[in-house]
Design a binder for this molecule. Sequence first.
Ligand code: SAM
Length: 355
Amino acid sequence: MDDLSKVFHMNGGDEPTSYSRNSSLQKRAADGISRITSSALTQMLSSSTNPAVLSMADLGCSSGPNALSHVKRLLEVVDGNAAASEIRVYLNDLPTNDFNAIFKGLPDFLNEVKNERDRSIYIGAYPGNFYGRLFPDKTLNFVYSFNSLHWLSRIPQGMYDERGSSVNKRSIYITERSPPVVSQIYYRQFREDFSSFLKSRSDEVIAGGKMVLLLLARSGAHHYYSSSFLWEILYESLSRLVAAGEVEEERLESYDVHFYAPSEEEIEEAVKEEGSFELDVLEIFEVEKDPGEFPSYGAAVAGAVRSMQESMMSHHFGFRDGTVLDKVFDHFGASVDQRLTDLRTFTAVTVLTRL
Ligand SMILES: C[S@@+](CC[C@H](N)C(=O)[O-])C[C@H]1O[C@@H](n2cnc3c(N)ncnc32)[C@H](O)[C@@H]1O
């Protein structure tokens, strides 16, 4: 599929399978780095670049409560630090995102945050692909992107042969069974996308401006022991549909996810090669297996992965309603719980300053 930005979206609305109701793991990941985010914003505000109009952008805001909760937290940091009389916040995601779900809560949110402050606050949406240009030249002071940059712009180029057959049969991501070329194909796509992201932001962020990027990552060189584990379980859950005659084998073998978990070294190299940003912080964290409000960690992960993958899976496999997906993700959640001790997930936080 060439233009997956027309298909790919988190589940909108407020149904039980929506991103809105299944994004607490992502919220906890962003909360876990709040000290780093606040410190990056504070440093930017206390430097000579402290602006009269502060422009911030959330790249990959999605449609749940996380988008406005991030804004609220950043406004609190600005309160103690900035002279800015006007704050502009731009919420970006792909045009397929359910922006209306955010807009519905915006009037109350704006009333609340404006009442508490003596500043003008404007919040707007900027739909578009963050791997290209989104904003005018030199207009942003602070950019943050949480839990989004592990999504590639496309299923990596080179994944299918001339007959449309995947070179990565019996896997949907990089696994021990994948031919070695598969990890190279994924890495090439990540490198191209991440460089385009940095290049586009280098035009938009003013000198001294900062970016905080939080994305799923891997620890060490190998993919198998961390980032690919959940995709392996999803492949197994989908294989059961093939065994039950509900999905053709060829359909499953041509499914590949447009996801990549880079290592610390890969992020660092890409930043250095692009050259417009100085690397202030680069840390890899292991994600805690906290189920939050869900009955188990497996259920929390199943809800999150379904809310992110349902659009792609329904498009590829032709699922017409949620019943098949209910089965897939019930099995997926139970398998995650069974193999909890083997599961390790990592995130990377990167703080960059525009040179
Ligand atoms: C898992 S959600 C994260 C949402 C939110 N930042 C959070 O932390 O809960 C990832 C978001 O990134 C968006 N996204 C992925 N690729 C994108 C792209 N190329 N341009 C803009 N948004 C993108 C997805 O549509 C999705 O809404």
